[in-house]
Design a protein around this ligand. Sequence first.
Ligand SMILES: NC(=O)c1ccc[n+]([C@@H]2O[C@H](COP(=O)([O-])OP(=O)(O)OC[C@H]3O[C@@H](n4cnc5c(N)ncnc54)[C@H](O)[C@@H]3O)[C@@H](O)[C@H]2O)c1
Length: 332
Amino acid sequence: MSYKNILVTGGCGFIGSHFIHHLLKKYKDINLVNVDLLTYCGNPENVRDIADDSRYNFYKADIGDYNAMSSVLKKHQIDCIVNFAAESDNNKAVSSPVDFARTNALGTAVLLEAARQAGVKRFHHISTCEVFGQLPLKSKSKFSEKSPYNPRTPYNAAKASGDLIAKAYHHTFGLPVTISYCANNYGTHQFPEKVIPVFAIRAIQNDPLPVFKSSGNKREWIHVSDHCSAIDLVLEKGRAGETYNVGTGLEKTVTNIADDVLAILKKPKTLKKIVPDRPGHDSRYLLDSSKMKKLGWKPKIKWHEGLEETLNWYKNNPKWWQPLLSRSNSWK
Ligand SMILES: NC(=O)c1ccc[n+]([C@@H]2O[C@H](COP(=O)([O-])OP(=O)(O)OC[C@H]3O[C@@H](n4cnc5c(N)ncnc54)[C@H](O)[C@@H]3O)[C@@H](O)[C@H]2O)c1
């Protein structure tokens, strides 16, 4: 690893906690700082096993708090930041849109400014395929890194805003920024508000699976460990000022996912229940990830194998998810 002191923000969330485990396992000689505000979906259990690792430090803080961020950057001589911290749920974005602008746009701006003042050598910003808007359902089109931004929900509009500020910090101040746009992630430890954990837990409990009316809408899926290996490669080989799409090409409709979950868990198809669409429900996203492949990245986990591993984990870890259900909009 080219960097020694790495700050991961949002490291108690789903992808951030996987990324921290990925780095600490692979690189013995790094120091890792995790800053997380522990919002309703930030879960210290996700990093409990590394709490005593001498290479690891945790701070409960807001990326939008300039003094707190500056002090962490200085104290730990951070040379690389990977910014996962965000409000990330499209359903919550409909009920509390301002929270999304505060963290995903303003919080990112504050962290960028703290990074500029501290002179960090790399600021990697985690973005999403959703900033590009939606693709027609019946088409073969894909988003490239050069596709225009066209966000349609408060979540992806706030993510797009954060991206644009990050790009401006590169162009205006020369901050070495890279951005990755990733497809929908799945895997263990995902907060039970997103579709796969919701389907998994409901199926395990023999409860109906809520399938949006536009059940043919498609998403591109990637196992979280493949996302982590892509970010790692961008830190090593990516160039400042560049952006990278991270996807697998695997598209699934909501109905496909419900059917796959029910089949793996050996539950009847009759558990599917059609519910009204969420406002602003995008039809389709798909990324052209050839730039990442040229950099040397390849996803490794096959859908069926990754989904089975994920579902088994939810089946075997009710102690992890049971206390979270009361905090999730999907269960109220
Ligand atoms: N989940 C996906 O499918 C997906 C796909 C593409 C991109 N992303 C992006 O990846 C990142 C991580 O997503 P996730 O699914 O792990 O989300 P998550 O909701 O599981 O985790 C987000 C974490 O950020 C923390 N956080 C929120 N606001 C904060 C703030 N102001 N300061 C510090 N910490 C704060 C939360 O406590 C939580 O631990 C996000 O930026 C998201 O936009 C996610």
